[in-house]
Design a binder for this molecule. Sequence first.
Ligand code: NAD
Length: 513
Amino acid sequence: MNQLPTSALLSDNMNKAREYLRRFRSQVVPHRIGGHPGLSDQTFENLDPSDNSVLCMVASGGEAEIDRAARAAEDGFRIWKDVPGDRRRALLHQIADQIEARAEEIALVESIDSGQPIRYMAKAALRGAENFRFYADKAPEVSDGKSLPTRTHLNYTLRQPIGPIGIITPWNTPFMLSTWKIAPALAAGCSIVHKPAEWSPLSAVILSEIMTEVFEKADLPPGIANLVHGFGETAGKLLTEHPSIRAIAFVGESVTGSHIMAQGAPTLKRVHFELGGKNPVIVFDDADLERARDAVLFMIYSLNGQRCTSSSRALIQRSVYDRFVSDLAARVKSIKVGQPLDPSTEIGPLIHPRHAEKVLSYAKCAAQDGAQIATGGGRALNGKGNFVEPTLFVDAQNTMRIAQEEIFGPVLTVIPFDDEADAIRIANDVKYGLAAYIWTGDVGRAHRVARDVEAGMVWVNSENVRHLPTPFGGVKASGIGRDGGDYAFDTYMEQKNIAIGLDRHRPPAIGVR
Ligand code: NAD
């Protein structure tokens, strides 16, 4: 975060993190409903992924808390939906200002809580502020509609916020991902109840403090933004079932998406899902292989491999396969696993012991199914905490579990292919369809493959570079709906048509003799 040597930066980070975490350790981490911190009868332990010690205790929401939060959100919505767009813009910018002012705190707390290396978390906190600024500037025009006149009627449309939204987020980059949902929902004029992941609840507390302060200062009901902690099967489920909640914006596993759909069915909930992926990166023999290799490494081993758009399946053309794989293996072996607050760490601990076990179990699958483990496959740093070695499975076939299932860790599966048709067939032969990456020097091929690959987003000769106005989301089991740009408003707003009869218009006569 400044120009000190690495060891000094680490100790500086640790001292600051200790200070920021003190308040979380000293009392049960509360919900925030209608602006008020509140507890529950139940609590749960939040673990430090570096050593699995108890980082803090957190209030565990149940029926009473979800109901109170949904009602507070209804009260908040009644006022917020009519706040003029330019005022909403100013308030969302104030939230962004506060995120920037507390970016160091957010980054350090998030890094400890989620195990993500500080080198990435510092940027993720600022990306959260950017999300608020981007959607702040959309607030004044978000309600604009179209006029569709006929000879007899003036039709015009209005876009209106749909009501209180349930926002349910996962544990990977939790701060950035929650702002991606919360910012457009608030810009649209909706109120929210946020249920963050139980394995990384802390940065959501800071965001809810910031929003409460901004709304209170503006004499607005702080129930515009509510926070309830708890487990998916209890707090999350109750939120999806609550009749006052009009839509669920969810980021998480595909199987959880199916549960939410079923839970929300009796109240006909609108859903927006950002789900899992098993994203192919296709490297053709005419590509710039060095750049391709760097991108493959970055897209699977950064963020601990816990990234929905990670390039977790590398499809490499057979003619360059051996060379590419041996370069890849050499680089994977030199990736640094370490403590999350160490600025030189490239991979930190995975989020939870259960998740680390799951990720490690794939080494057995790979061996049983006949793939080779080029490097990794075991625990790192002497087995304390959830540290896993960066792992490379090679000579795999797409039918293997390591090629079909989302592992969600620093694990890459490499599969050879023969030609373009073979690459597309393999790329599409999974249930997911989130992102795809294509490396080629042939522009015609780039367009052909981009069109035929089943994915919501395709990057050609690039890693995942996010441009906020563009749509973000997946097809097949990877999602429903899009984030980003104006696309996000399809979740949070309804189109209303208003038709005004003009002078010429005479209703059909009835009852006239
Ligand atoms: P998860 O589905 O286990 O949990 C996500 C959230 O859902 C948590 O807050 C959890 O408490 C809640 N939840 C669990 N069961 C629930 C239920 N029955 N009803 C309501 N809520 C419930 O996912 P995770 O393990 O936290 O996150 C990792 C997953 O998220 C991966 O599959 C990853 O690909 C996906 N993800 C997708 C995107 C995207 O944009 N497509 C982005 C990030 C993460």
